[in-house]
Write a protein that binds this ligand. Structure first.
Ligand code: NAD
Ligand code: AKB
Length: 314
């Protein structure tokens, strides 16, 4: 990786990935793009462009102008928004990925595309979900993520494009608000705990999902793209996880820092049924074996850091 283009750089992951990649590869090497205007922090720290990743000609032109060799393709519609507008999720998730893969094939770029635990469905084993298992999701988001994994594998096998990806679990961060997913509660709970001392949760107290703190997610993406290709058996996409959380567990940990914090439940049945269709715990041994994946943060480290940072800025 020398010259990097990021699509969807204004989102929850992109806004933090831009900073890490710019620190590692130099500010000018990392072009942050999104369909909407990017934050001042992203614009002030390096090159940016407005780019609709569905527009293959525009992606090709931007890729060439920047001298790109690696694309981190983050533009997407997430699960909760995707279920309110499945047609849009299909159009954006498949359209942007196809356009990016075509440009990568023609301009000889490597591509990182995040997949998700949403590739799994009700028929998948819920505990210690294996790397290779049943993938029959029941959300449009999940359908596009399974199709995306297959498309990335196809471009690798058929055209030799260096495609790689991870199946992120729910990602927890405090910088940029999440973009409309079923796991957004685990981000919102921190902001509300610090601001209001209380949180009304849209999932049931015992609904457990795989989760990860953002610095680990960023490290996973970069580490995979820097890994020796000869060691990669799976490519699209690796199970990765760091912790397994439900609202009750996270609320209990937050109370250690904010003893007066209160959580209540106003369950959204649509989101609850999406969460129920996903794994509770994940087996990420393939990622550990093939490229040395290992998360740094556990629940206690993450909670302490987020509450400290949010308290400082509130
Ligand atoms: P997000 O919703 O926060 O950001 C997505 C960004 O894509 C937004 O800034 C949006 O403006 C942009 N975008 C939408 N349509 C676009 C288009 N046509 N062209 C260019 N940009 C466009 O999402 P995120 O949480 O940062 O997720 C990034 C990727 O990671 C997605 O593929 C998502 O499925 C995957 N993922 C995220 C999580 C998570 O918990 N955040 C978990 C698993 C997988
Ligand atoms: C979502 O909830 O849609 C995302 C994901 C797990 O893919 N956070």
């Amino acid at each position: 990786m020398k010259r990097i283009l990021i699509t969807g750089a204004g989102g929850q992951i992109g806004s933090e990935l831009v900073t890490s990649l710019r620190k590692r590869y130099g500010a000018d090497a990392v072009l942050a793009t999104d369909i909407r205007p990017l934050s001042n922090a992203v614009c002030d720290s390096g090159p940016t462009a407005i780019l609709d990743a569905q527009d293959q000609d525009a992606v090709a032109q931007t890729t060439v102008e920047h001298g790109t060799d690696t694309i981190f393709h983050l533009a997407a519609i997430l699960s909760a928004v995707g279920e309110t507008n499945p047609g849009l999720a299909y159009k954006i998730n498949m359209g942007t990925l196809h356009s990016v893969l075509e440009v990568a094939r023609l301009k000889k770029c490597s591509v990182f595309t995040p997949s998700s635990i949403a590739v799994f469905g009700p028929a998948t084993p819920k505990e210690n979900t294996p790397q290779n298992t049943v993938m029959r999701p029941t959300t449009m988001y999940g359908v596009t993520k399974v199709a995306g994994e297959l498309l990335c594998d196809y471009y690798h096998k058929k055209y030799g494009v260096d495609t790689r990806g991870v199946r992120y679990p729910g990602l927890i961060s405090y910088g940029t608000p999440p973009g409309g997913g079923t796991t957004d509660w685990a981000v919102d709970i921190f902001a509300q705990a610090v601001r209001k001392n209380s949180y009304s949760c849209f999932l049931k107290e015992g609904t457990t999902l795989p989760m990860m703190y953002m610095p680990d997610a960023i490290e996973a993406s970069i580490q995979l793209m820097e890994a020796d290709p000869a060691k990669l058996v799976h490519r699209n996409a690796f199970n990765v996880t760091a912790m397994h959380l439900n609202p009750q567990t996270l609320a209990k940990e937050i109370k250690k820092h904010i003893p007066t914090f209160k959580i209540e439940y106003e369950v959204d049945q649509n989101l609850e049924s999406i969460a129920q269709s996903w794994p509770r715990t994940i087996d990420d041994s393939a990622a550990r074996l093939e490229w040395g994946w290992s998360p740094k943060y556990d629940l206690a480290d993450m909670t302490e850091e987020i509450i400290t940072e949010l308290s400082r800025s509130t």
